[in-house]
Design a protein around this ligand. Structure first.
Ligand SMILES: Nc1nc2c(ncn2[C@@H]2O[C@H](COP(=O)(O)OP(=O)(O)OP(=O)(O)O)[C@@H](O)[C@H]2O)c(=O)[nH]1
Ligand SMILES: [Mg+2]
Length: 461
């Protein structure tokens, strides 16, 4: 996609392919009005159309009527793209859509690339890059939490915070530069300590923002939950009971599940992706089982949460111990969380109270404790939306830029040890950090980055 080519007028359907009650096509660019007027009748009403007024018009191909459609005209810069834009609402027949596309192209429009409308909005300054990226997340959002994170980013929550941090860096830089310009030595001695304290506090704010990325990732991509434990402990039963339908095969034979079984569910506005796994065995199993166990290990290694299932009606077995050790290895010291499940509580008599400390008491058979398991899965997540004051970082690109900015600022500490504080070098680090922050907003984003971002959008957005 030629990034800088905004001289052309582009066209694309904005609604998904296939038949529908209504389809919307959009034209944007300097010739949008003229191109629309070449096939919309009567032309008289299009000489100087009133912005954002709905016109009922005929779509014509020469003398032939193609459809009756409603058209809206937006005079730039008061449009989504910032350019002259026409939106045509026609009947949602693939034939009609194709005809209008062809009529537009015949009159000089070019087919829009993925995300090209939003990219033009960015290039015209209607949105910054972080906001533009979130438009795609908003379209892709499937749950309340993902929607909320994307919408607040489109509305500028992250941009505002990043711009604020950048402003603070610019201030620090101005102090250094004033010093560097002070060739007569008129200014009082430079307060290195105070300067570094200010820089440290900005670094801490940046780190706080970037630390939210793990939470942001879970909101955007879903919480990964691995269900693990000894064979026959009821892992597949737990998956089925949580989902509310029999996704995985359950049987009294140990070793029923050999491959991983995946299923997704929305819990209280959060997307949760479960992986049921093959039970961990102590003795070296046969080749198929070994492959299954490798998959169990992989699922545990990449999980955000491990639900460790134990059959509470029997004493702890060597396989339970192995499962616990493996789960601890995958959660200890990492961000992954371990939730211990004591299943088959319906088989216990009077022992329930005693085992409560060891985990969540559950019966997949009676349904006891299942809502508690669901609550435990999302218990850590809700706080990012309630008591949150900082924006949620959901993009790996933003996370990387923030980490690099903080890393750049952390280099300032090392300069303190020098006999004379090197103002030039300090300024260099601050400039570096500021430019990382600018890249989030798109102030310094090169064409390849833009192409890379917008290629993931759908055509028409
Ligand atoms: N009484 C009782 N039986 C249960 C409960 N949960 C599971 N079971 C039974 O335990 C047996 C094993 O259940 P699965 O869900 O297949 O166990 P699993 O951990 O997936 O087993 P593998 O895939 O073989 O490792 C089945 O006969 C289930 O009906 C429960 O809460 N109470
Ligand atoms: Mg199973």
């Amino acid at each position: 996609m030629p990034i800088a080519d905004t001289g052309s007028t582009i066209v694309a359907p904005c609604t998904p392919p296939g038949a529908g009650a209504i389809a919307i096509l959009r034209l944007s660019g300097p010739r949008a009005f003229a191109i629309a007027a070449s096939f919309l009748k009567p032309v008289r009403s299009l000489k100087n159309p009133r912005p954002r007024m709905a016109y009922m018009l005929s779509v014509t191909d020469g003398k032939k009527l193609v459809d009756k459609a409603v058209a809206l005209f937006y005079k730039g810069p008061k449009s989504y793209t910032g350019e002259d834009t026409v939106e045509i609402f026609c009947h949602g027949s693939p034939y009609i859509i194709r005809s209008i596309l062809n009529l537009s192209i015949k009159a000089g429009a070019s087919p829009a690339g993925p995300g090209e409308f939003t990219m033009r909005a960015f290039l015209k300054g209607k949105l910054d890059l972080a906001q533009a990226e979130a438009v795609n997340d908003l379209i892709a959002s499937q749950t309340r939490s993902a929607h909320r994170a994307a919408l607040s980013q489109v509305e500028g929550s992250l941009s505002k915070q990043v711009a604020g941090l950048k402003g603070k860096l610019v201030n620090l830089l101005a102090r250094l530069e004033a010093r560097l310009d002070d060739s007569y030595g008129d200014m009082p001695p430079f307060g290195v300590r105070q300067f570094l304290a200010k820089a440290n506090s900005v670094t801490a704010e940046i780190r706080k923002l970037s630390n939210g990325f793990e939470n942001g990732r879970r909101v955007k991509e879903g919480i990964k939950v691995a269900i693990a434990g000894a064979p026959n402990s009821g892992k597949s039963s737990l998956l089925n009971a949580i989902l509310g339908y029999p996704r995985a095969i359950v049987s009294p034979a140990a070793g029923t599940t050999r491959d991983t079984v995946e299923a997704g569910l929305e819990i209280d506005g959060f997307e949760v992706n479960f992986t049921d796994t093959a039970g961990l065995k102590v003795r070296t199993p046969d080749s198929i089982e070994r492959q299954g166990i490798n998959r169990t290990m992989a699922a545990m290694g990449t999980a955000d949460i491990i639900l460790l299932v134990k059959d509470a009606s029997i004493a702890q077995s060597p396989m339970d111990r192995l499962a616990l050790e493996t789960a601890l290895k995958n959660t200890g010291g990492k961000t992954a969380r371990l939730i211990r499940i004591l299943n088959k509580s319906d088989l216990l008599t009077g022992k329930v109270k005693k085992i409560k400390k060891g985990g969540l008491v559950v019966s997949c058979k009676t349904g006891l404790g299942l809502s508690g398991v669901k609550r435990a899965i999302i218990s850590g997540e809700k706080k990012y939306f309630t008591a949150r004051t900082t924006a949620l970082v959901t993009s790996a690109r933003h996370f990387e830029a923030l980490s690099l900015a903080a890393g750049e600022l952390e280099k300032l500490r090392g300069l303190k040890r020098r006999p004379a504080f090197p103002l030039e070098l300090a300024a260099e680090h601050i400039r570096g950090a500021a430019s990382r922050l600018s890249s989030i907003l798109g102030e310094t984003a090169p064409d390849e980055i833009l192409a890379d971002i917008f290629k993931n959008f759908c055509v028409g957005k």
